[in-house]
Write a protein that binds this ligand. Structure first.
Ligand code: G3P
Length: 226
């Protein structure tokens, strides 16, 4: 089970196009591209699909959220302590569609790190990027919420958000990797993100809603080292 931070991370959210059996097809497409290009692609299926998918593919599978709870009487919660057992490589945290408090993020990052799993903490701007980077997650993903799902790429429409977030992450952490997302639609958007200092990209609709998701993932992956 890889616990490296992927260059391309596909968040399937709760999209119908990536639900049930479709989560697995998308995961297999991501695995194929990852193996063929040598660019590490990770996927973030919905919580129900994640353990099923993780059994079938050999690329990092993350969950979309975890709760800061130890195993015990916490109905409806997901403890980070169980992920490894299911072959899950880590978790996204604090996505703008699932915001949580800073102390929640801090506990989850600590628990994931104790489990030697990946933590990718989302934030909305460079200021917040610095705050969450100081918790030393594996990666910090900056995503301006107003660009999410718009096909207006952060790396082209707001390059300064990416460069400032990269600087903030480096100032506050020796180990966290900066990544960016929101509106990433083409290989050129990915190439630009990497040029601006991103380790990789967090993407959703351009892949999930593509007519040919494998082709779109390949386009993204082949732009990483252009
Ligand atoms: O988590 C990734 C996401 O919020 C970006 O969404 O659809 O703009 O790629 P999208």
């Amino acid at each position: 089970m890889s616990t490296e931070v992927p260059r391309i991370l596909v968040n399937m959210k709760a999209y119908l196009e990536a639900s049930c059996d479709r989560a697995l097809s998308l995961a297999r497409a991501a695995e194929k591209v990852s193996l063929e290009t040598g660019v590490l692609v990770g996927i973030i299926p919905d919580l129900l699909s994640a353990p099923i998918v993780a059994r079938e593919v050999d690329i990092p599978v993350l969950v979309q959220h975890v709760d800061p709870v130890e195993p015990g009487a916490f109905t409806g919660s997901i403890s980070p302590r169980f992920l490894r057992h299911y072959g899950i490589s880590g978790s996204l945290l604090n996505h703008s569609e699932r915001r949580v408090r800073l102390d929640h993020i801090a506990s989850c990052v600590r628990m994931l790190s104790e489990e030697r799993l990946v933590s990718v903490v989302c934030c909305t701007d460079p200021f917040e990027a610095g705050a969450v980077a100081s918790l030393n997650p594996s990666a910090v993903a900056v995503e301006p919420p107003d660009l999410i799902g718009t096909r207006i790429p952060v790396s082209r429409a707001r390059p300064e958000v990416v460069t400032e977030a990269v600087k903030a992450v480096r100032r506050h952490s020796d180990s966290a990797l900066p990544i960016c997302g929101a509106g990433i639609t083409t290989g050129e958007d990915v190439r630009r993100a990497i040029e601006l200092g991103s380790h990789g990209v967090l993407v959703a609709s351009a892949v999930v809603k593509a007519d040919d998701p494998e082709k779109k993932i390949r386009e993204f992956a082949s732009s990483v080292f252009d």
